[in-house]
Design a binder for this molecule. Structure first.
Ligand code: KIV
Length: 289
């Protein structure tokens, strides 16, 4: 079935990438938004073929791709390299890339960092974490034509301040989160990620905002959901985070395939003639003298 976000008519405009305006229309139409992280060309190709309208090149790549403990070591160069591959692997999805830790601390930094992601990698929007301190940067970027997605609740770049747990359970913090979400909307953000926020709060925030909320561990009341590729596909053995559902056990599948490969090489069962090329016997004899 054609997803709702993919228009049936195929005139020139229909073939263009989705923009923040299409995302806004999805909220207005009550269409739930599925967002997924992608970090390279194959993941972008597969996600788009599956009908994912929003691809996030998250700085979670620091952990799931580069093996760091946190997102903090991720650099702008890392993001540009991965984001460019995701852009090359997709044609219709809106590609959003994270501005990494401390690359948007001032308005000038935010502009310089967003320039690299939009011009050098070709993404359609950037995402940044936090409330009041990032508002001047959000205003500046959106004023210059850069679509910005906010990120509230658990903001992993601030994990040394916040810990890695559900945020805004108390009344004051919950009020602050609502105020921050409204302020991001007023500053021009086109959507806000709500990460590890109590479901009833995320639901209320989603109903007060005109722009869509995209939840991760924030319940079903958000306008959309975002998940990390590796969690959703079961890339790593053991458990995914509580907020994720494992739709496959790709890690086990890969491991079993690799075991079989090793065994077949060791047994001399791979390669066979089917994976090899022949050669004229006379030519070989002449070459070998
Ligand atoms: O970096 C990331 O993947 C994210 C999502 C978890 C929202 O920010």
């Amino acid at each position: 079935m054609t997803p709702g976000w993919l228009p049936a008519r195929q005139d020139k405009e229909d073939l263009m990438r989705l923009t923040r305006l299409d995302v806004q229309k999805m909220k207005q139409a009550g269409e739930r938004i599925a967002m997924l992280t992608a970090y390279d060309h194959p993941s972008a190709v597969l996600a788009e073929r599956a009908g994912v309208p929003l691809l996030l090149v998250g700085d979670s790549l620091g952990m799931v791709v580069h093996g760091h403990d946190t997102t903090l070591p991720v650099t702008l160069d890392d993001m540009v390299r991965h984001a460019a591959a995701v852009v090359r692997g997709s044609t219709r999805a809106l590609v959003v890339a994270d501005l990494p830790f401390l690359t948007y601390a001032s308005e000038a930094d935010a502009v310089a960092s967003a320039r690299r992601l939009m011009q050098d990698a070709g993404v359609g929007a950037v995402k940044l974490e936090g409330g009041a301190p990032v508002l001047p940067g959000v205003r500046r970027l959106t004023g210059l034509g850069v679509p910005v997605m906010g990120h509230l609740g658990l903001t992993p770049q601030a994990q040394h301040q916040l810990g890695l747990r559900v945020q805004a359970r108390g009344a004051a913090d919950a009020r602050q989160l609502l105020d921050d979400a409204l302020a991001l909307e007023a500053a021009g953000a086109f959507a806000v990620v709500l990460e590890l926020v109590p479901a009833p709060l995320a639901d209320a925030v989603s109903r007060r905002l005109h722009i869509p909320t995209i939840g991760i561990g924030a319940g079903a009341g958000c306008d959309g959901q975002v998940q990390v590729w590796h969690d959703l596909l079961g890339l790593f053995p053991g458990k995914s985070p509580r907020h994720a559902r494992r739709y496959a056990e790709i890690g086990t599948l890969i491991e079993n395939a690799l075991r079989q490969y090793v065994a077949e090489v060791q047994a001399g069962d791979f390669p066979t003639a089917a994976q090899s090329s022949g050669m004229d016997e006379a030519a070989l004899a002449e070459a070998l003298g």
